[in-house]
Design a protein around this ligand. Structure first.
Ligand code: CAA
Length: 240
């Protein structure tokens, strides 16, 4: 039986590449998205991957969305918590709204995504959880106190889940992408972006598929002993 995988934020950017890579690896994939109906419909047309709309920041909406995925496709075996947003501002200008929006989506959103799926993984004695963190959760970033806090938080989540899930055959790992050629990075002011690229020894942005391949490996049966770890894919921009 094909494994069932859920990728949040799975119809655009890094998430879309992950959804496709998991489909190519033989999984039955569901991609959730928050708001862009047009992009989701186009993604489904192009890939045949089903898309589901809910806001990961809302626990009840996540629970209901996950229930509808499981009703359509069967129990979820693999969950990739990828959905995330930025609201960048230097700390002295950051508003409580910018702080809360990023915490609610990027950090509480991981809880809301994994928590409803977790009991089923424990019961069935198999699971793969991958959280998409960021280089900026490892090193911090000017203008991203909120985002960096959530992405560092992701690392705490997977290290704790790994310890709780290991005896049930569940692994939980993080991938820390560096700067990847997505709309999110293209939204950074051009001058700032150029100076960031100048600081990447590889001399280029990463490609979404380079992150997707890390995820495809972590969710494979072959990766069963990799648990609580972090894969960095950042073109040598930062080492932990
Ligand atoms: N380091 C040091 N100083 C910096 C700086 C930096 N990286 N960026 C800006 N500054 C300085 C400016 O030069 C300026 O100094 P002066 O007042 O002396 O001129 C001061 O800080 C304030 O800068 P601005 O007035 O330009 O501040 P702003 O309100 O316009 O906000 C910003 C700037 C929005 C934070 C902008 O710097 C920015 O977008 N930075 C990029 C943040 C970033 O990397 N985001 C990543 C998005 S992609 C992503 O998140 C995916 C992932 O996981 C990697």
């Amino acid at each position: 039986m094909a494994r069932v995988a859920l990728v949040t934020g799975g119809s655009r950017g890094i998430g879309a590449a992950i959804s496709k890579a998991l489909k190519d690896a033989g999984c039955t994939v569901a991609a959730s998205y928050a708001g862009n109906d047009e992009a989701a419909a186009k993604f489904t047309d192009e890939t045949g991957i089903r898309t589901y709309k809910w806001n990961v920041a809302d626990y009840e909406a996540s629970k209901a969305g996950i229930a509808s995925v499981e009703a359509d496709l069967g129990p979820i075996d693999i969950v990739v918590a990828n959905a995330g947003i930025t609201k960048d501002a230097p700390f002295h200008k950051m508003t409580p709204e910018q702080w809360n929006a990023v915490i609610d989506t990027n950090l509480t959103g991981v809880f809301n995504t994994v928590h409803p799926i977790w009991p089923g993984l424990r019961e069935r004695k198999f699971g793969r959880v991958v959280v998409i963190s960021s280089i900026n959760g490892q090193k911090g970033q000017f203008g991203q106190v909120n985002y960096a806090a959530t992405k560092a938080g992701d690392l705490g989540i997977v290290k704790s889940l790994a310890q709780e899930g290991a005896r049930f055959g569940i692994t939980a790992n993080a991938v820390c992408p560096g700067y990847i050629a997505t709309e999110m990075v293209m939204a950074v002011p051009e001058k700032v972006r150029e100076s960031i690229i100048a600081g990447i020894p590889a001399g280029r942005l990463g490609e979404p598929e380079e992150i997707a391949r890390c995820v495809a490996f972590l969710v494979s049966d072959d990766a069963g002993f990799i648990n609580g770890s972090t894969i960095s894919a950042n073109g040598a921009q930062f080492f932990v």
